[in-house]
Design a protein around this ligand. Structure first.
Ligand code: ZN
Length: 135
């Protein structure tokens, strides 16, 4: 592992809580901040309402990006949960990683996993894990 991502403790707690709120459905949303530090989570509706996939409807995605601009923040990441599987990128996550500059957070609702929140960059078909530094 090399590379790190800085995230507020509040956002980290929020992500873990979101994943547990509806443990049968992948939760998802965007992450924003400034100076490379993630300070805000913007939850979205999983348009697929699935336990193994997620999709943010284009209209909602547009609205969230506009909200990030209104807040004067940068889009820094995307999060979703894996209710039943390891919280590492799936082949689909790698294939559909459309934002090479974003950090992809994958959250587990399960309390027994060693790291319920993990972060990755996904570029050119390869995922690399980042160290999460609580800011
Ligand atoms: Zn996934």
């Amino acid at each position: 592992m090399n590379g790190a991502v800085r995230v507020s403790g509040e956002v980290l707690r929020y992500l873990a809580e979101q994943a547990r709120r509806e443990p049968g459905i992948e939760c998802c949303g965007l992450l924003a901040g400034s100076g490379g530090v993630i300070s805000v989570a913007l939850p979205a509706r999983n348009a697929l309402a699935s336990s193994t996939a997620y999709e943010i409807a284009p209209k909602e995605l547009f609205r969230l990006f506009r909200r990030i601009r209104e807040l004067g923040l940068d889009h820094l990441g995307i999060y979703h949960s894996h209710p039943a599987t390891d919280n590492a990128p799936s082949p689909t996550d790698i294939e559909r990683a459309f934002y090479p500059e974003a950090v992809y957070f994958i959250v587990s609702p399960r309390l027994e996993v060693p790291r319920p929140v993990r972060a990755f960059t996904i570029r050119n078909g390869a995922a690399r894990e980042l160290t999460i530094v609580e800011d």
